[in-house]
Design a protein around this ligand. Structure first.
Ligand code: SAM
Length: 216
């Protein structure tokens, strides 16, 4: 799925996104952002910020920038920022595969439900690492292909349909980590049976992954 198609799909999604997604997104983003340990004055980048469902969780003492490809999604995010008086948050149109930032700019980068939306997940991670300070934190919240072979088959089978809706369902986390050289510091699912994972990584860290399952 190329970026111009994605942009059109999410411009349409922007009218409905907040009807379906807050229940799925908010529980995970609020927990993850609370765990990020953002300190006063630190710079945070939210890539593929969408309608800004996670924005209220960022602390006002941080410098937060959200970028997205879709003007439609961003329009909702901007309204949310305006209505909630979150004037410490900046929003801009940008392609995550060609981020308009210099190297080593951000202490924390959030990729919430975007890694399986972009046309090139590896390139997204490369760009993310480029703009993240060495030792900075990268957090991914996403669905990844199951390690269960039967479930993975179903996910692969569903992929063409998912792509029409704006994401793919067949990206395995292990492949992403192997191909990008990133290591998970820790990762968890909110429930024992959960389609989504939260993965914490350190830019250029090389630690062994630790699996943690946290009950809701
Ligand atoms: C499923 S939504 C997730 C939105 C938000 N992060 C959340 O968790 O609710 C995916 C978002 O990624 C954006 N997106 C997709 N490809 C992108 C790209 N190449 N650059 C920037 N944003 C992109 C879409 O426009 C959409 O707003």
């Amino acid at each position: 799925m190329q970026e111009h198609t994605t942009k059109s799909i999410y411009n349409v999604w922007s009218y409905f996104y907040d009807l379906f997604w807050p229940k799925i997104v908010r529980r995970r983003t609020s927990r993850a952002i609370g765990q990020m340990g953002i300190e006063s004055g630190q710079r945070v980048l939210d890539i593929g910020v969408g309608t800004g469902l996670a924005l209220e969780n960022y602390p006002p003492f941080a410098k937060v920038i959200g970028v997205d490809l879709s003007e439609g999604m961003l329009r909702h995010a901007k309204r949310r920022v305006r209505q909630s008086g979150m004037d410490w948050i900046e929003l801009a149109v940008a392609n995550a595969l060609e981020l308009p930032f210099d190297d080593d700019q951000f202490d924390h980068v959030m990729l919430s439900h975007v890694i399986t939306v972009v046309s090139d997940p590896i390139r997204l991670i490369e760009e993310t690492r480029r703009v993240t300070k060495p030792g900075g934190q990268i957090v991914i919240i996403n669905h990844f292909q199951s390690s269960n072979r039967m479930v993975a088959l179903v996910e692969k089978w569903l992929c063409p349909l998912c792509q029409r809706l704006g994401w793919r369902s067949d990206l395995p986390l292990v492949d992403l980590l192997r191909e990008t050289g990133l290591r998970a510091d820790f990762r968890y699912k909110l429930d024992h049976v959960d389609l989504w994972q939260t993965v914490f990584m350190t830019n250029a860290a090389a630690e062994e992954p630790r699996d943690v399952v946290v009950a809701a």
